[in-house]
Design a protein around this ligand. Structure first.
Ligand code: AMP
Length: 614
């Protein structure tokens, strides 16, 4: 490491805890001084040099001018902006994707090659009779075919869903059912292990394309044969910016996962936030560590960097410090977008683990997905020579909404300030369905004024659930936060019971349903239990049916059952048996009470409590 642990921000390595004598900052930043940025020290001038000035003049119409639009005014298509506009211009031979396999092999795909391969895949889909608006699901690890399939299907104007390949069969089948999947792109192994047995639940699934199958099989097609037979020329049909492009899934407290609808116009936000929040410049080598099975991995692991024509580094391997540090150093990564859980794992290993790596190319580091503790921001400054810039958004918003910008002073622990073009507020819901703003530094629900291009257009087949997210023109995020007098936003917690584990949003209902399928389980309730590394882990409370015993083998069996059904990322890590679970008079299990007891917190209003385990 070249920077000797010295911070490259303007404080000259003084980003540590505040001294006793300094004036207190509000709450969770109290122990840390603001990390000030000195414009003279920027290696590359930030795109957003003057936050206030840009906010004052910004409008989304003008932001769209950074994109090309389909030739001859035929609309706006994400894949054209990400691929074709570079493929036939001066960036044609630039590496668009540098894919590093689990065994460390590199596969480079230039913009020109990406245009040809996405065209072939789009033609392949067309040869199968696939049409615009058909649901195309992609269940792959981070291999080149994932990116080709997503972008090729967008060229065909299909509705695309990348799925997390570590999901178990149940979350996969549920999402494909809700999303009316007509096509699935996957591997032979993933198909056999996770989908084949549940295909009966998916009557609309017509085509299964296997990327590593040499030949077509029973009910499956070979990617190789399909794409080899296809032309590498493809003209994208006129695309209305309001045409649906992507269907991402997210979870709520109750009910099945929600299919979040995003349209092609979202690419305007992807581009603008790539410019301002991630500070992308031409010639950057950008690495987003998120999997495209989650919205961050699609918006910023596929679309945003490609719209900027930079080289997008794709790493197939999961987190492992030497692998990641090796990628940062060898690939000369300039802009890095990662997540708090990974940062905390690196912190645990200590800054010393970095000393043999040359990270001098790294210019900007950002983080998203869960609260980034102030210590982690400061540790970034010590270990990498630059602080992590936290930013906030969610599946529904489609792109970054609140961020610490490259040019902006950082208050460690804060999510930053709203993007130009985004109006954020802290509100309290009123009984009449409206909202009122709360005062500076007061807690309330984080709300955003509707109207940015990547805002969700609905939850698929769930109009009522969608409408509940709004109070007039305010979109209510479900997150509790506060805003300080400088306009910085601070995350407080979720207003609902969803769990964030290692950055993955997990709906308790989905986990409880899988547990309930086990013949021994009478009742199940799932909470997020705080964890120093993962943020939260999934913990299940279970009441067994009569005749079953709460033994260690039973616990193991239930853990195994859940892992098999849900996949390791979603399944509970802990199970505790209870004789029965606390319920309201209407029979709803009180997860909140279980959580309060687990954490030793006040139990709150128990007036609706009907039965209890104690
Ligand atoms: P998802 O829709 O899976 O991207 O999850 C969105 C949720 O993750 C948000 O509503 C927050 O609860 C949480 N989240 C995302 N970014 C942050 C952040 N920077 N700080 C705290 N929580 C975050």
């Amino acid at each position: 490491m070249l920077n000797n642990g010295a911070c490259r921000c303007s404080r000259g390595g003084a980003c540590g805890p505040r001294s006793e004598t300094e004036a207190p900052l509000s709450d969770n930043a109290a122990r840390y001084v603001t990390i000030q940025k000195d414009p003279a020290s920027f290696a590359v001038p930030p795109n957003l040099a003057d936050y206030r000035a840009v906010c004052a003049t910004f409008n989304w119409e003008a932001a769209r001018a950074g994109l090309s639009g389909l030739p001859h005014g035929r609309g706006l298509n994400i894949a054209y902006e990400a691929v074709d506009r570079h493929a036939y211009g001066p960036r044609a031979d630039r590496v668009a994707l540098r894919c590093i396999s689990k065994t460390g092999e590199r596969r480079d795909v230039t913009y020109r090659e990406l245009a040809a391969s996405t065209n072939r895949f789009a033609n392949g889909l067309r040869s199968l009779g696939v049409k615009a608006e058909d649901g195309v699901f992609v269940l792959l690890g981070r291999v080149p075919e994932l990116y080709i399939a997503v972008l090729g299907a967008l060229k065909m104007k299909c509705v695309v869903t990348p799925l997390f390949s570590a999901f178990g069969p149940e979350p996969i089948a549920t999402r494909m059912e809700i999303g009316d999947a007509r096509v699935l792109v996957t591997t032979e192994a993933l198909y056999r292990r996770k989908v084949e047995a549940l295909r009966g639940r998916l009557p609309k699934l017509e085509w299964v394309i296997l990327v590593n199958a040499e030949e077509d099989g029973e009910g499956t097609r070979s990617w190789r044969k399909l794409t080899q037979a296809a032309s590498d020329a493809f003209e994208i049909a006129p695309t209305d910016p309001q045409d649906t492009a992507l269907l991402h899934f997210t979870s709520g407290t109750t009910g099945r996962p929600k299919g979040v609808i995003h349209v092609h116009e979202a690419v305007v936000t992807h581009y603008a936030t790539g410019l301002y929040a991630l500070d992308l410049h031409d010639n950057d080598r950008f690495w987003c560590t998120a999997d495209p099975g989650w919205v961050t991995g699609t918006s910023y692991g596929v679309i945003a960097p490609l719209t900027h024509g930079v080289t997008n580094i794709v790493v197939e391997a999961e987190f492992d410090a030497p692998t990641w540090y090796g990628v940062l150093a060898r690939e000369r990564v300039t802009v890095w977008y990662t997540a708090p859980t990974a940062i905390r794992m690196m912190m645990k290993l200590g800054a010393d683990a970095l000393k043999d790596y040359d990270l001098s190319a790294l210019r900007f580091a950002a983080s998203v997905g869960e609260p980034l503790n102030a210590e982690a921001v400061v540790w970034g400054a010590e270990a990498f020579g630059l602080p992590f810039h936290d930013n906030w958004w969610q599946t529904e918003t489609g792109g970054i909404m609140i961020a610490n910008f490259a040019s902006m002073d950082i208050k460690p622990g804060s999510m930053g300030r709203p993007l130009p073009g985004i109006e954020a507020g802290i509100v309290r819901r009123k009984a009449d369905g409206g909202v009122e703003m709360v005062n500076t530094d007061q807690e309330g629900e984080l709300a955003l004024k509707s109207g940015w291009p990547s805002m969700m257009r609905g939850y698929l087949h769930e109009e009522a659930r969608y409408r509940k997210c709004f109070a007039g023109e305010w979109y209510l995020t479900g997150d509790l936060a506060r805003c300080d007098s400088d306009g910085y936003f601070w995350f407080v917690g979720r207003a609902d019971d969803v769990i964030k584990s290692s950055g993955h949003l997990i709906g308790p209902f989905e986990v409880e349903s899988a547990l309930m399928e086990h013949p021994a389980v009478a009742e199940a309730a799932v909470i997020g239990k705080p964890d120093p590394i993962a943020g939260e882990i999934v913990k299940a409370f279970i009441a067994l049916k009569l005749g079953f015993e709460s033994s260690e083998p039973m616990r193991k069996e239930l853990l195994g059952h859940a892992r098999k059904r849900l996949g390791a990322a979603v399944a509970p890590k802990e199970i505790e048996f209870r004789a029965n679970l606390p319920k309201t008079r209407s029979g709803k299990i009180m997860r909140r009470l279980l959580k309060a007891r687990e954490l030793g917190l006040p139990e709150g209003d128990l007036s609706t409590l009907e039965s209890d385990e104690r």
